[in-house]
Design a binder for this molecule. Sequence first.
Ligand SMILES: C[S@@+](CC[C@H](N)C(=O)[O-])C[C@H]1O[C@@H](n2cnc3c(N)ncnc32)[C@H](O)[C@@H]1O
Length: 257
Amino acid sequence: MNQNLATTLFPEWTTTPPKFLRTINKVIRRRPLRFRLERAVDGRIDMTTIEQRVHLMELLTVVVQYEVAGDVVELGTFEGKTAVLLTRVLQELGSPKKLHVYDAFDVGYFLGEEADVLALLRQNFAGAGARLPEIHKGYFEQTLPAELPETVCFAHLDVGIGPHPDRHKGVMLKCLESIYPRLAPGGICLLMDYNDGSFSDVADGHPGVRQATDEFLLNKPEKAVTLYGGQGAMGYFRKSGMPAPQKAVEREHMAVR
Ligand SMILES: C[S@@+](CC[C@H](N)C(=O)[O-])C[C@H]1O[C@@H](n2cnc3c(N)ncnc32)[C@H](O)[C@@H]1O
């Protein structure tokens, strides 16, 4: 999988610093300083870090290669940037799996209240050469679980809408309760903003995600795993119950030989 997608799909995803920063970096990366300046992620605009995007790509690749049953879903899509990334991964892998996206599409964030979020989503898909997903417009309270596919191999939960931990926790619980029974054995549930404090320089701007996830998984065999998200946080859990298919295991062994 070409990890370049995580930095090239949208202009604002670039990691190349402007020339003056590159000049400063040339000087300060030398001993004894050994520092490097980089662009700080603006949580309201960027939504994701490059590390989070790479995890999205790699974990989706794993479920496709291991032939986990079911379709791909994203709960919390906004203008569709991570959804475009997931679709491009499926396309590059030649996978027939469908992507379903769920959102009220009524929060404009930096685009403003009047923004036509759905029109922008369609524009982003067309611009990136990605096939349009199945769009489920509405509040999760109305669309979930009824409109979910019968079986899900990969779910991306990204439902933060502001500084309201209790509300965020409530929405996350609704999403987890809906997704969990449909997640296939071996399927992955990726939790945007899951922060257990493992990386002390990443502030926990969305404590509701961890509160909901840990509470939900308390009486389940799965436990959330924290991922390194750079300037952001992320975690996931894998639905238990299925040994990896032989074909995929053999492929992995061949790759390490
Ligand atoms: C952080 S944005 C998703 C960003 C997107 N995944 C990306 O990185 O490009 C969170 C989205 O969750 C949606 N959302 C939050 N709570 C919701 C609810 N109860 N029902 C439907 N959508 C909801 C908001 O409308 C918003 O678009």
